[in-house]
Design a binder for this molecule. Structure first.
Ligand SMILES: [Zn+2]
Length: 243
């Protein structure tokens, strides 16, 4: 799949907020069209493994847990440390998605799904930026990306300053992850249904007047789309469903 968007000379796409909903719609339409028909959780592991041909592996990436996920754009090695501070090397083939072992377990399911969607989004958006075959003249760019904890499910943090290409890259991956896991149209549909059931017909929740139900609606959406409360809340804010 090739994205038809303007690109900087270094291979980084120039994308705006609405582009992520377009890209997500195209990806889902191609591989999992039923996710666009009615509100449901996107099977992100199926998308990653069976549609994008990524290989999901698990390891303790860094001992302090500050990296939740990685994606390899070509065969590479990642040098890190184990819990005894001994050096270790994680081998990754092209298309390996590495998910931190700390995310294994039902209590972290939503965060793991978001991390997987974030890494898949790097694969969709950033191969042209990282792939050595496309960018042989620039050896400064890593052939992997290691995603720090604070950059996962962070796409809506308003005061986050986006400056470097790395910042843009993380923002893009996080924004596309949200759009893949919570497709715009079905998310809005589910949100409005949840509001209607509670007698709210104006199409959005007011922070001022709907305090009693706002968390219930967000929780319901988080359940339907199998995402965290935080991710669902940010999506609602972005789509104007909370005003
Ligand atoms: Zn990332």
């Amino acid at each position: 799949m090739r994205l038809e968007y303007p690109m900087k000379e270094n291979g980084m796409y120039i994308l705006s907020k609405k582009n992520f909903d377009e890209i997500a719609t195209n990806v889902l339409l191609e591989y999992m069209p039923d996710t666009l028909n009615y509100p449901k959780a996107t099977d992100i592991e199926y998308l990653a493994e069976e549609c994008l041909y990524l290989d999901i592996k698990h390891d303790y990436i860094v001992p302090n847990g500050k990296v939740l996920g990685m994606i390899a754009f070509s065969d590479t090695q990642f040098k890190t440390y184990d819990f005894e501070a001994e050096e270790k090397v994680i081998e990754m083939q092209e298309g390996t998605m590495l998910i931190d072992m700390s995310l294994i377990g039902t209590e972290n399911r939503a965060r793991k799904r978001f991390t997987e969607a974030h890494e898949a989004s790097h694969w969709i958006c950033h191969r042209s930026y990282h792939s050595p075959s496309n960018r042989q003249y620039d050896f400064r760019i890593n052939n992997y990306v290691a995603c720090r904890t604070e950059n996962i499910e962070a796409y809506g943090v308003k005061n986050k300053i986006v400056k470097s290409d790395n910042d843009w890259e993380e923002w893009q991956a996080d924004s596309l992850a949200a759009a893949l896991l919570m497709p715009k149209d079905t998310f809005i549909l589910a949100a409005k249904e949840a509001m209607n059931e509670r007698g709210i017909w104006r199409g959005y929740l007011s922070m001022q007047y709907d305090v009693q139900i706002i968390n219930k609606v967000i929780s319901e959406l988080a359940h339907v789309f199998d995402v965290s409360f935080k991710a669902a809340k940010i999506r609602m804010l972005h789509l104007g469903l909370i005003g």
